[in-house]
Design a protein around this ligand. Structure first.
Ligand SMILES: Nc1ncnc2c1ncn2[C@@H]1O[C@H](COP(=O)(O)OP(=O)(O)OP(=O)(O)O)[C@@H](O)[C@H]1O
Ligand SMILES: [Mg+2]
Length: 267
């Protein structure tokens, strides 16, 4: 059985890609067959894994429009034991082209269905918007949504809109959509702001926030420039330890049915 998660937050730069890459890397290290789907035209997940998206002939876009089967596009990195469906520049125009295709919100679901069962985990890295690409990510996310939340000012603002959107998708398109959990990222324990934000998020979303908090770490920020996840770049750093702990928490939770219903948050 494949567990598919979408990393979603329409706010930019909150750690979606970083979290997708590093969760995937630890899942792979722990023996889980893992695929990353880069659903973002920025192709950050693709480049973070050392793949040059400019040179790619086919990518997520081709799988979405049904031009090439996903299995023929997926690249495998034997060193990282990780597979990626890479993004290419073509994905930038996809949202417009997809509008005319029937069942346009289910293109990713359909593209991934032939490889369902080939992986233990699929992590979908969504772009920073709630547009058609992200909608495709949500409808393919059989096990729910992982929401990275940056421990910074205004973190909660976008979350209200995000939850509202998830509820709409749940009631109109995908009744089984669930939130797997919120991940606090870029936490700086030296600042009151980080601590306050973390506390506020936990207060608004009781029981839905992962215990593990990802610290702000230079090592985490440096790793992509070497085309490596933190587990390879600096495995004993605080960021690596945190991502490993997050994955252990995720795996533990996946063993038991503890999915939370989508709730509304206090305004
Ligand atoms: N824990 C961390 N410590 C330090 N820097 C981090 C951390 N997590 C992410 N970053 C850096 O913050 C920036 C934004 O992170 P990332 O690209 O993962 O966010 P994103 O939500 O995917 O962004 P986008 O919305 O553009 O897709 C990147 O430069 C990344 O290296
Ligand atoms: Mg990103």
């Amino acid at each position: 059985m494949t567990r598919t998660y979408a990393l979603v937050n329409q706010k930019g730069g909150v750690g979606k890609t970083t979290t997708a890459i590093n969760i995937a890397a630890y899942l792979a290290e722990m023996g889980q067959k893992t695929l990353i789907v880069d659903l973002d035209p920025q192709a950050n997940a693709t480049s973070c894994l050392g793949v040059n998206h400019i040179k790619i002939n086919s990518g997520t876009y081709d799988a979405l429009i049904g031009r090439i089967p996903a299995s023929e596009i997926i690249l495998h990195n034997p060193k990282l034991k990780l597979s990626i469906l890479p993004s290419s520049t073509a994905l930038a125009g996809a949202q417009i082209e997809m509008v005319g295709i029937p069942d346009r919100e289910k293109l990713l679901l359909h593209a991934l269905s032939p490889i369902n069962g080939h992986y233990d985990y699929i992590l979908i890295d969504c772009p920073p918007s709630l547009g058609l690409l992200t909608l495709n990510g949500l409808l393919a996310a059989s096990e729910g949504v992982l929401i990275p939340v940056q421990c910074e000012y205004l973190a909660l603002e976008g979350l209200t809109q995000l939850i509202h959107t998830l509820r709409r998708v749940q009631s109109n398109l995908f009744p089984d959509l669930s939130i797997r959990g919120l991940v606090l990222t870029m936490f700086d324990g030296r600042t009151n702001l980080s601590r306050d934000v973390a506390q506020e998020v936990r207060r608004h979303f009781p029981g839905m926030v992962f215990e593990t908090v990802i610290p702000r770490s230079v090592r985490i920020a440096e790793a992509p420039s070497h085309g490596l996840p933190i587990s390879f770049y600096s495995p004993s750093s605080s960021g690596a330890i945190a991502y490993r702990a997050l994955v252990e928490e995720l795996l533990q939770g996946d063993g038991v049915p503890m999915r939370e219903p989508i709730i509304s948050i206090e305004e």
